[in-house]
Write a protein that binds this ligand. Sequence first.
Ligand code: AMP
Ligand code: ZN
Length: 114
Amino acid sequence: MNDCLFCKIINEDIPSTKIYEDDKVFVFADIEPTAPIHWLAIPKEHIERLSDVNEANSEVISHIYEVISSLASQHEEFKNGFRVVSNCGEAAGQSVFHIHFHVLAGRDFAWPAG
Ligand code: AMP
Ligand code: ZN
C-alpha cells in the first residue's frame, strides 16, 4: 500500500534494522524499544489489523509464529520467556495500520497488560 509506513520499510524505501526476511515475512527492530529485544514481525502482504485476518489470508500469520519460534530458539534473551503482542485498533494502542506482532524479550513482563 502506497502510504503505509511498514510497506515502505518492507520495500526498503524507509530504512530499518532488519532481523529476518523471507518471501512472506519481515522482522525488524522497533524504533522505540521497550525491552532489550523489541522487534516487529510483519507480513509482506498489507493486512491492516488482526480483525482483518480470515481463512483466505491466515496462512502468513501461522508462518509468522513459526518464524518467531525459530528466532527465539536462536537468541539467548528468549530463554526465560518472551512476549508477543498485536494491538488491534486505536483503543488497544495500534498506531500503525499494517498488522504487526511486537516480539519482546530480555526482561520480565507484568501481567495484566496496561
Ligand atoms: P503499535 O503502536 O502497536 O501500532 O506499534 C507500532 C510500533 O511501530 C511502535 O512500537 C513504534 O515504536 C514502531 N515504529 C514506528 N515507526 C517505526 C519505524 N520507522 N521503524 C521501526 N519501528 C517503528
Ligand atoms: Zn502496509
